[in-house]
Design a protein around this ligand. Sequence first.
Ligand code: M6R
Length: 613
Amino acid sequence: MCGIVAYVGKQEALPIIIKGLKRLEYRGYDSAGVALLNENGLSIYKKKGKVSQLEDFLAQNQDIKSTIGIGHTRWATHGEPNDANAHPHYSSSENFAMIHNGIIENYEVLKTDLINKGYVFHSETDSEVFINFIEDVYKNNDCSIEEAVRLALHKVVGAYAIVIMHKEEPDTLIAARKGSPLVIGVGEDEYFLASDATPIIEYTNQVVYLDDYEIAVIRDNKLQIKTIENVETNPYINQLEMELEAIEKGGYEHFMLKEINEQPRSIADCMRGRLDAKNGRLVLGGLRDYMNKFQNADRIIIMACGTSWHAGLVAEYLFEEFARIPVEVEYASEFRYRNPVVSEKDFVIAISQSGETADTLAAIELAKSKGATIFGVCNVVGSSIPRATHAGSYTHAGPEIGVASTKAFTAQISVLTMMALMLGYQRGTLTESRYIQLLHELEAIPAKVEKALLMNDKVEKIAAQYKDARNFLYLGRGYNFPVALEGALKLKEISYIHAEGYPAAEMKHGPIALIDEEMPVVFIATKDSSYEKIVSNIQEVKARKGKVIAVVTEGDTQVKNMADHVIEIPETHEAFVPLLAVVPLQQLSYHIAVMRGCNVDQPRNLAKSVTVE
Ligand code: M6R
């Protein structure tokens, strides 16, 4: 969480930083601030609230012209969201200013020590302790700033991406990372630093991804990178492939709506160059060197959080059905703190949109230490998880800015479906003819998602009827059980309505007690192997006067006769239904949230990239 941006070069720093912070607001929006250095000294401007509030505040100041600066948008960890806890933070002498994304775990010990030495603190943050600690090392060692940073990093426990400025060095930025992302954009006589590439893309497509335990020094227009062991490394320049339009709203009112509507294209992009049904071809380049391990694995372990975990649950059904390998789906946050039984015969799949989720990263390291092969399914190119895994496949959904995940979910399922089909075919658990038939069916999915999206107006009307409900229940069976969980998560995170997802058959073991005439129950009741069973579950809800909203297969009449509302989606193989059924549920939560006046793209208390545990 938290977004950081910095600039040094020949342009005005402030507009670049403000624009960059707006692009990174999805990472946190509790407060925002900038530090700028010019002939008047090193000045910090910061405000509680969103970047736009900082902009209003800055409009009252004249002295803010500078060609070097750092900026921060915060998701609060230590200390409530207020002006004092906002970043950047000065050191006590006000010679240093720092922005920080991450958490310093041993900050209390460091703080006590610094207080004993006479340091005074103005915030409750671990970050202010961090910059004062660096200042203290600097004062006591008669060394350069970068050397002080390097020495200090040896003593700091936790995660960080930092950028530091010093009053006496008007052309120098010092950055370092461990566990939190940092990208350096290399322009002509200018450098851009940010938590991801979105603030950089319109200025340059040449980027360097800083690695853990690396320190970057940009001085006199030159970039030098060293490890914290003081070994110089050669910066590797990557070419960004992102398009600027992909990170803009493109006429939509919200990013979430844009991203829901992008799904026919994002799923097609995910399959492009990988799936060619006519020629019976399915290739995932990332799997090539690991196919043998994958095929012969004793077990597949899937690790993820949130929506990505739901995609993992769909994958459990896919892998077990098509490839007959046992699968366990783990919350990364639980896995990392158990003493799990893992061996080199296990094939671990880590799923993450951002590629930065702290729990998933830690779970990967644990499984790796036990000898398992780790395969990443991630969306953000160059993020930490793809770099921590042995191999992986990108989902190619394009930047997802709305905090509620939509197109990343369907792209994750698309990659996992391709993996399951490849695996089943290679292992011989899928016959050639069935395999080819499934490839054709999968290839038809983007067009079917396009059709599913056409239900939007109907879904909006249903939303209007239920927007004031206090609770919702989402029920599904088989492949549609994870879809029920995902529908409930979407609704609660952006509309703040309490929603529960359940396997439909579990309803009678408890949740049925909640049903009365006030309770909307969303069923995913498509024509599949458990259709008759779910029809009975719908009857049970109707018998208790619950309101039924059912997602059904086009042409269904049986559920239509029982439900209060039906939303039709095209017919497909039951294994691929999640890719279609989730679409009206995303639309339902979107419309309800808009009607309730909620901030759809930046819901309260959440951040897109959860880099703290
Ligand atoms: O970036 P990741 O996929 O690792 O993120 C995992 C969760 O934080 C994420 O899916 C979260 O649940 C979303 N807000 C869901 O919409």
